[in-house]
Design a binder for this molecule. Sequence first.
Ligand code: PHE
Length: 341
Amino acid sequence: MDFKTHIQAVKKECLLALKKVDSVDSLKEVEQRFFSRKNGELSKAMKLLKDESGQAKQTLGQMANDIKKELEDAFANKHDELRREQMAAIGEREAIDVTQTLVTAQMPGHIHPLTQGLWELEDVARGMGFIVEDGPELDSDFYVFESLNIPAHHPARDSQDTFYIKDHPNWCMRSHVSNMQVRLMRKYSEKGSKPVRAAYPGRVFRNEAIDATHEHTFYQFEALMVDREIHIGHLVGVIKELLKGLFGREIEVRLRPSYFPFVEPGFELDMKVDFGKGEQWVEMLGCGLMHPRVLEEGGYDPHEWQGLAFGMGLNRLVMAKYGIEDIRHFHSGDMRFLEQF
Ligand code: PHE
């Protein structure tokens, strides 16, 4: 077979093969078969050119180049066409229907009832000019007890069965957030005494026998106010305002004299709640006017300054708000409980 016939046959065969190509992979195969330098059909055909000579060789060479160019273009076009098809297929397959309702949008996570209650209280407190502070859960005996007028061996320590750190008797997991009282006051009195209004919620720990109303880990919301001429009216007013914010209605409260070494006078505040069995007085929080010794520890002259402080169990308040009967639900991770809020 002469060169001309042969190369035209190769061209025809190549175009035919190209026509049948339906994927990038098969395109590569055909390309290899015809264009491979070593044993491709075109290279093989070109070898026949060396049998020709003179003018004919030149014309045929030109023709061969044209054919090669034509075939290369055909390959490039086929490649483009395949890519376009491929992209269109991806577009089809991975299309996002923006009008479709998301399944996950119907089940988003939400805020834990304790956190909801906490945020509500913080909001009201901020509205009354209180800043909200965070404090350490692991703290020294000084801030948790000593600075609050509770020296070692004081019987008041028995009411808060505290977790101490092994081999470090001066360190414990705080049994109340009152560990923030003197710490905060010192911050404010550092450069001359200034009035303070601060709330400091947080987690506290006690070695409690666990039952429906006692947990070893729970939350307290405490606040203090130091200023000139602070009296019990302020104390009750601030507490009532917070309770109103949390419960969304006026709450009836009463004070009963009580004893906490860091306040004088000290009270327990009861509030009237209905757990479904009719209205009842329930003990809600400890409060009082700051003891002069605590004011002094905080850097305030008790002859010039007074303070109020109150600490409430957040779990208990949230339980009262929603009628939750068992404190253990909060940390149960039980969706049947959590989904109700
Ligand atoms: N710290 C007390 C407790 O945990 C509560 C309290 C706070 C009492 C502030 C008086 C003043 O029981």
